[in-house]
Design a protein around this ligand. Structure first.
Ligand code: 2HA
Ligand code: ZN
Length: 270
C-alpha cells in the first residue's frame, strides 16, 4: 500500500494549512478545514476496514452516512501540520447516520476533529445539495474581514456590495455575494445549523467578530474565495476613513456580468 504522506489530498491539505498560517489567518489553534474524500481515494492508502477508534459527533447527518473526511484536529495549530500531519489531522468515516465518526488515520496523540465539526458537516450537507462537486469547508480568522465586521453594517446586501466595490474581480469570484451571521457562540450545533442555512445561498459566510467560512470544490478554489474577499476587506479598511472620490458603479458591474458570463445575486445590483 502507498504511503499516505504521498497522497495528493494530504500533500494539498498540508500546503493549504501552511499557506493559511503564513497569511496570518490562523493564529494559535484558530481555523479548521474539512475535505471530503472519495472511498476509492482513501482505499489506495489505508485499509478502510481498520477502525482505530470511534468518536461521537453530537449531531445527526444521515446525508453524510459512509462519507470520508480529512479534518484538522481540535486545539491543533495550523503552523504545526506540516511537521506532524498524523497528530494534527485525521481521516474519519461518518456512520450511524452521522452520529459516530470512525477514525481511520491520524489524531495520533488521542485527539479528535475540530470543535467546529458540526458547522463543517452541516455546511457540507448544505453545499452538496446545491453543488455535488463541493468538497471543502474552510474556516479561518482573516484580520481585515474581521475588522470590517466591527465598523460596517452587517446587512448582507450592503456588506457584499462594499466588497464587490473594492476590487473589480470580486463580483466575478463571488457573484452570489457573502452571507453574514451576527456574533454567536462558536463550536455549537446552533452556529453549525445557522452557518449551513447561510451556505444554501453563498459559498462565503462571515461570522461577525470571529472570522469566515468558505466552501468550494477543492482547496485552491476555497482558499482563493477567502483570499479575494479578504483582499477586498483590506482595501476597504485602507479607504473607509477617507473621502470616496471614485467607485465601481453598478453599470460597470453589469458589464462584468456580461464579460465573464456570471450573474450577480438577485436584487444586489441596481
Ligand atoms: O478551532 O477557529 O472557531 C479554532 C476556531 C474555532
Ligand atoms: Zn474560529
Amino acid at each position: 500500500m502507498k504511503s499516505i504522506l504521498e497522497a495528493p489530498f494530504l500533500v494539498e491539505m498540508i500546503r493549504t494549512t501552511t499557506n493559511m498560517y503564513n497569511h496570518g489567518w490562523d493564529e494559535r489553534n484558530g481555523g479548521n478545514i474539512s475535505l471530503l474524500l472519495e472511498p476509492e481515494e482513501v482505499a489506495e492508502y489505508l485499509d478502510i476496514r481498520h477502525v482505530i477508534r470511534t468518536i461521537p459527533t453530537g449531531f445527526t447527518a444521515p446525508e453524510l452516512e459512509g462519507r470520508y473526511f480529512l479534518v484538522t484536529g481540535t486545539g491543533k495549530y495550523f503552523k504545526n501540520v506540516e511537521v506532524a500531519p498524523d497528530v494534527n489531522l485525521g481521516i474519519v468515516r461518518l456512520v450511524d447516520s452521522g452520529r459516530q465518526a470512525e477514525l481511520l488515520w491520524g489524531y495520533s496523540d488521542g485527539g479528535q476533529f475540530t470543535s467546529e465539526f458540526p458547522a463543517h458537516m452541516m455546511s457540507h450537507v448544505a453545499r452538496l445539495a446545491v453543488d455535488p462537486a463541493n468538497h471543502v469547508v474552510m474556516h479561518c480568522h482573516p484580520a481585515n474581514l474581521l475588522a470590517m465586521t466591527y465598523i460596517h453594517d452587517l446587512d448582507e446586501r450592503a456588506f457584499t456590495r462594499t466588497l464587490w466595490q473594492m476590487c473589480t474581480e470580486c463580483i466575478v469570484v463571488f457573484p452570489e455575494g457573502v452571507n453574514v451571521l451576527p456574533w454567536m457562540l462558536c463550536g455549537t450545533n446552533e452556529i453549525g445549523e445557522a452557518t449551513a442555512e447561510k451556505m444554501k445561498t453563498a459559498r462565503l459566510v462571515v461570522w461577525a467578530q470571529h472570522g469566515i467560512y468558505g466552501a468550494g470544490k477543492d482547496l485552491d478554489e476555497t482558499f482563493g474565495l477567502i483570499e479575494t474577499a479578504e483582499k477586498a476587506a483590506e482595501i476597504y479598511l485602507k479607504i473607509a476613513h477617507l473621502p470616496l472620490v471614485n467607485t465601481i458603479s453598478d453599470e460597470a458591474m453589469h458589464l462584468l456580468e456580461k464579460r465573464f458570463g456570471i450573474k450577480a445575486r438577485e436584487g444586489y445590483l441596481d
